[in-house]
Design a protein. Structure first.
Length: 539
């Protein structure tokens, strides 16, 4: 008898950053019709769910995460009719769509905020957080103070991000009901769930300095579930960068909160100096990544679920960060194998399936990301060395992963016929989809096969996770097992050849590899070697 495994545990989710995916109308900016034109490509790769980053009306201070109208499409991306068409075409192909839900803050051009700052007695004044004094002293995530003075009403408003992204006052029940009404608008249109941007922040109590995972978070999530999600067959993933893994497990184990999985960042701080922020860098140690991922799998052993990811629109390209540009193809294949066969739902950021790499702009003027520009100006004003600042930006700027998708070796990488909004990575003539499709040993074909293997065997969706030699600093080898199969996942995390003893698995059969593998006492693993083997339990 087949087990009924929840559908969102088996899917492959693919993130599209609309600005950079495909320009259809020739203005240098990706758009909805461009996405529609590539749906067959995504379906053929094996995508089940598309996560669409914001396409809502926005002045684009933070590339669409500053929303001025939640129910209107930004004209640079198309029209509401285009979005309806996209939803329809996705569903026609048997795929699903989740949209970004950005409700910790709005744009300062949202009509709520325009009204709120007109008078202390304005209708929407209490939709935002105001104080007579900028206290408590809190720093914005985008550098500088989190309070900005409004001269007209002689008060300060609160913003954890840009001053053009005022935080919403979730303690106001009228605000919450308006948010829920907007969410139901999109769910009734047929979208299949939300990726909830910085959702851990909505429960904050600013007056007490309680921000991430604040005292009201579960109350609001439960209310949201009852008002929006209950009775709907959808999937929601919450971005919760500041919470512990055990807390993520607890939240996703509670069905009344409507969170099926979370993005938490415990594994992404390993190349940062602790408590110094993302720009203070240290060398990446593969063993640290391995240890954290092993611990995460253990925490989610009994209940809850995790989102598996190494990169997105806010993080550097994974090959450049955790792999090797010199060994680009092999390290891309290894990272997919190492991560996406663990316990959780895989999220692939656009371009990773062809091994795209990060970019290094030689001039700060070429960067568009507000966080990067603010950091540069703030750091230089504090007397930091410009070369050191630029080194941090080369490694960690969000623009590193936001360059246009490299479709071909044509001008502008086939993304557009016009100069794109952000420069294309100069390596596009070598690193592009057309080239990768023509290479049977490339990243695309290997990872497509990997996801076919993942979908075929339920041991990946419900099975146990057992690391082999967990203290080995070079390899990450583990077993996924259920009552039917034992599956051995082998990866070399490094750029050098290593030897390990895998003789006990010599009766396993090969499923996938990027280098020839011999299971014996002296198994040799090439740089960024990856292989998957299986044994069927006979009854």
């Amino acid at each position: 008898m087949e087990k009924n495994i929840t559908w969102w545990k088996k899917v492959l989710v693919y993130q599209i950053y609309p600005l950079s995916f495909k320009d259809n109308n020739g203005d240098g900016i990706g758009d909805i019709q461009g996405i529609i034109s590539k749906l067959d490509y995504l379906k053929n790769y094996g995508v089940d769910v598309i996560w669409l980053s914001p396409v809502y009306a926005s002045p684009m201070d933070d590339n669409g995460y500053d929303i001025s109208n939640y129910q209107e499409v930004n004209p640079i991306f198309g029209t509401n009719k285009d979005l309806d068409e996209l939803i329809e075409h996705i569903h026609e192909r048997g795929m699903k769509i989740i949209m970004d839900l950005v409700v910790n803050h709005t744009s300062d051009m949202h009509h709520w905020f325009l009204d709120a700052k007109s008078s202390k007695d304005a209708k929407y004044r209490d939709y935002y957080i105001w104080q007579d004094e900028p206290k408590p002293e809190i720093h914005s995530i985008f550098s500088g103070p989190a309070w900005t003075y409004d001269e007209k009403t002689d008060q300060y408003y609160f913003h954890l991000f840009s001053k053009r992204q005022p935080d919403l006052n979730w303690q106001n029940p009228k605000l919450r009901q308006d948010i829920y009404q907007m969410m139901n608008y999109w769910l009734d249109k047929g979208i299949d769930g939300f990726r909830m941007d910085v959702i851990e922040l909505i429960g904050k109590d600013v007056s007490k300095g309680l921000l991430g995972d604040g005292p009201y978070l579960e109350t609001y999530l439960e209310e949201m579930y009852e008002t929006c999600f209950k009775g709907r067959d959808i999937m929601n993933v919450g971005e919760m960068g500041g919470i512990s893994v055990s807390r993520a497990q607890a939240l996703t184990s509670n069905p009344k909160l409507g969170l099926h999985m979370t993005f938490q960042f415990s594994h992404l701080g390993i190349d940062e100096v602790p408590r110094k922020g993302k720009w203070a860098l240290k060398d990446y140690e593969p063993l640290k990544l391995k240890e954290i991922l092993i611990k995460n799998n253990e925490i989610f052993k009994e209940s809850g679920w995790q989102a598996l990811f190494l990169s997105n629109h806010d993080q550097p390209r994974q090959v450049s960060r955790f792999g090797s540009e010199k060994h680009r193809i092999a390290s891309a294949q290894m990272l997919f194998t190492m991560l996406y066969l663990q316990r959780g739902t895989p999220y692939v950021y656009m371009g990773e399936e062809i091994g795209m790499t990060g970019i290094r702009f030689d001039d700060i003027k070429k960067y568009k990301d507000i966080e990067t520009i603010n950091y540069y100006n703030d750091a230089l004003s504090q007397g930091l060395d410009e070369k050191q600042v630029m080194q941090s930006i080369y490694k960690k700027s969000r623009d590193n992963s936001r360059t246009p998708f490299q479709w071909s070796n044509k001008p502008y990488a086939g993304f557009s016929v016009k100069t794109p909004w952000l420069s294309v990575n100069p390596n596009y003539k070598e690193v592009n989809l057309e080239n990768d499709l023509s290479n049977p040993n490339g990243v695309y074909h290997y990872t497509k096969n990997l996801f076919e293997v993942r979908k075929k065997y339920d041991a990946f969706h419900e099975g146990s996770f057992k690391p082999i030699d967990p203290k080995d600093p070079n390899t990450f080898i583990y077993l996924r097992e259920n009552e039917k199969h034992s599956i051995l996942v082998i990866t070399n995390l490094t750029a050098h050849e290593v030897t390990t003893n895998l003789e006990e698995f010599k009766d396993y059969e090969l499923l996938l590899e990027n280098n020839p593998t011999l299971l014996d006492k002296g198994t040799v693993l090439k740089p960024y070697h990856a292989a998957v083997y299986i044994k069927e339990f006979r009854r």
